[in-house]
Design a protein around this ligand. Structure first.
Ligand code: CO
Ligand code: CO
Ligand code: CO
Length: 307
């Protein structure tokens, strides 16, 4: 059903009229100094692509690249422990994996999920008049840059880690109760990049209201200090052609819209009549959800207007 011809979150293969298989694979280099937290984050990031397709993860496998000469074995066992805790939380089962020797530590999961073939959520189904909901704040790339520069305090680091380690499971469950037309998750392309992918796939123009986008604690001041990862500029350069950025927007606010995210939130295009009820329910259940924009019209090439 979904393969190489569309840039979606995962591949989807229909087995019969009731069941389709979702398959995805993601791995990362460490994003925190704590191996346990890194394991949690890498797992949440990998599992997210199944949630973004409207599915439930059932089995996972570990992917490990580990420099066993330079790194203590405990780093690996804590990472696996962090991942396993998140896998357990998701209800999926760890069934295997593979590890190789490598110069740089990398870890992630290959995830298999299930979905009803009629309930697959792609990033190409957004409809005119839909409202866009985002289920996590942005700014993890900027915060990671500030952590590397040693200017982020403990509380700020904790907030970013908690955000990245949070599964998109509850958000996905709540979303499934409403009329959702398209969904993806926010990762390396940043909020603006993934929205533009949705706009292109759905042949629509989308308005992103930057002042409504929730930002991680202190990420705005880090961005103002220039703690912006190279990926944010790359994203902006790559997606600029099809996006319009309103005059007068603060430069650092625009940088945050393009900030590459690790384990970001779901980006949901939902029927206008359901948008406010869905957002309220998400917030009630502890999800940091906000309405951040809307589908504003047809556009065969897809476009994004950041205001
Ligand atoms: Co994704
Ligand atoms: Co993906
Ligand atoms: Co992915």
């Amino acid at each position: 059903m979904i393969g190489l011809d569309t840039p979606d979150d995962a591949g989807v293969y229909k087995i019969n009229s009731e069941t389709a298989l979702i398959q995805t694979l993601d791995f990362l280099t460490p994003v925190t100094n704590s191996p346990y937290e890194f394991g949690q984050i890498a797992a949440a990031n990998s599992l997210s692509d199944v949630y973004a397709m409207g599915g439930k993860p059932i089995t996972v496998m570990n992917i490990v690249c580990f420099p066993s000469c330079d790194m203590d074995e405990e780093v690996l066992s804590l990472t696996l422990k962090g991942a396993l805790d998140k896998i357990d939380e998701s209800g999926a089962t760890l069934v295997g994996g593979h590890s190789v020797e490598d110069d740089e530590f990398k870890f992630g999961l290959s995830v298999t999920g299930l979905v009803h073939p009629k309930k697959v959520l792609t990033n190409t189904g957004a409809l005119n008049g839909d409202i866009i909901i985002l289920t996590k704040p942005v700014g993890t790339g900027v915060t990671a840059t500030a952590i590397k520069a040693k200017i982020a305090d403990k509380k700020t680091v904790k907030a970013a880690v908690n955000c990245m380690a949070t599964l998109n499971m509850i958000a996905a469950k709540i979303m499934s109760e409403f009329r959702v037309n398209a969904c993806t998750d926010v990762t390396g392309f940043g909020l603006a990049g993934h929205l533009l992918e949705m706009a292109k796939g759905s042949k629509k123009s989308i308005i992103l209201r930057s002042e409504q986008v929730p930002i991680l604690k202190n990420a705005r001041s880090f961005a103002q200090m220039g703690m912006v990862p190279a990926g944010a500029y790359k994203n902006r350069k790559f997606f600029e052609k099809n996006s319009e950025i309103s005059q007068g927007l603060d430069r650092s606010d625009v940088d945050l819209m393009f900030d590459p995210q690790t384990s970001g939130g779901l980006l949901i295009s939902i029927d206008k009549k359901d948008a406010y009820r869905c957002t309220a329910k998400l917030v009630e259940q502890g999800v940091q959800a906000s309405i951040v924009g809307e589908i504003s019209g047809e556009n065969p090439l897809g476009s994004l207007h950041i205001i």
